[in-house]
Write a protein that binds this ligand. Sequence first.
Ligand SMILES: NC(=O)c1ccc[n+]([C@@H]2O[C@H](COP(=O)([O-])OP(=O)(O)OC[C@H]3O[C@@H](n4cnc5c(N)ncnc54)[C@H](OP(=O)(O)O)[C@@H]3O)[C@@H](O)[C@H]2O)c1
Length: 279
Amino acid sequence: MLEDVYYLNNGYPMPKIGLGVYKIDDETMETAINAALEAGYRAFDTAYFYKNEIALGNALKKADISRDALFITSKLWNDYQGYDRTIEYFTKSIENLGTDYLDLFLIHWPCEADNLFIESYKAMEQLYHEGKIRAIGVCNFKEHHLEKLMAETDVVPAINQIEVHPFFNQQPLQEYCDKHDIAVTAWMPLMRNRGLLEHSVITRLAEQYDKTPAQIVLRWHLAHNRLIIPKSKTPERINENYDIFDFNLELTDIAEIDSLNKDDRQGKDPDEVRIGTLE
Ligand SMILES: NC(=O)c1ccc[n+]([C@@H]2O[C@H](COP(=O)([O-])OP(=O)(O)OC[C@H]3O[C@@H](n4cnc5c(N)ncnc54)[C@H](OP(=O)(O)O)[C@@H]3O)[C@@H](O)[C@H]2O)c1
């Protein structure tokens, strides 16, 4: 299905919906991955920090699906920024996952005050040129981080993975990324089911379209040309979150969801994160 693929700025195709696996533990991974593959997911978003790369790799191996049908993303953890450590921890991530390349490797947080993200990214550029990573990018970069990165490195990030949901729609950053052909992936796309899915606008639209509140929110992300990585360990929800390609939201409904924005950041402000401050 053409509609479910996004072509990154280097032409590499990335599924628009991936399964986020943060907090999926070793016991539930296999069930979640099997449900996801069954539903049609081929993209999986993990990180060294999540401590589940091995479980994800094992579950994918067991499912016996060819590697080139999959899109695997992992991330460089803050504590391992720096040129040599980036190479070392990329190698650990692919060993954990049991693969010899990543589709996408991202810097997890800029940690600008520690002044290592440029050299970390340069190491990622090297791995990219060696063919060990198909696309490289960043997470949690604000405009000023991206400006600095693009001034000092050669490969424009393919992705900026940031917190986005209707209560924090990050429109200015999205516009900046659009202008520079950096695709935005929304993390926490469902706001971790902390109140958003019960909002009266979302539930009314769900009724109107005969969809669930989560499907309305996820379709709203796609309408803004974002990639999404909703997390669930529950097979029914995994299925529900992928089943959104058979409808479109009207422009007025998209605008109504846009109007829910209240700049309500749930996660950390990237300017406050430094090496060692998150565990
Ligand atoms: N780059 C970064 O810094 C960063 C930061 C955070 C997250 N991420 C990535 O983004 C992914 C998604 O973000 P997230 O996990 O923070 O939040 P999320 O996807 O917005 O929400 C996940 C929560 O919503 C529930 N849920 C999922 N589908 C649902 C549905 N259809 N109806 C009702 N509830 C539903 C899940 O419950 P159950 O699992 O119990 O079903 C889980 O508690 C992560 O897994 C991770 O891969 C990246």
